[in-house]
Ligand binder design. Structure first.
Ligand code: ZN
Length: 58
């Protein structure tokens, strides 16, 4: 249970508690921030890296 990350939709914060430390409301399970689709540049970074690797290996 140590790696469960939870999220408060009210405060928009991540916490490990089942209740939000800020508003005291219930939190929902969430994925780690680095895996959120909000990182719209991540796919471009991966694409650039793949292209670079392809050139290097050729
Ligand atoms: Zn909250």
């Amino acid at each position: 249970m140590r790696s469960l990350i939870r999220y408060c939709g009210k405060c928009h914060i991540y916490t490990l508690e089942e209740t939000c430390p800020q508003c005291g409301g219930p939190t929902a399970m969430a994925v780690p921030p680095k895996f959120t689709p909000n990182d719209r540049f991540q796919k471009y970074r991966i694409k650039m890296r793949n292209e670079t690797d392809g050139k290097n290996s050729n």
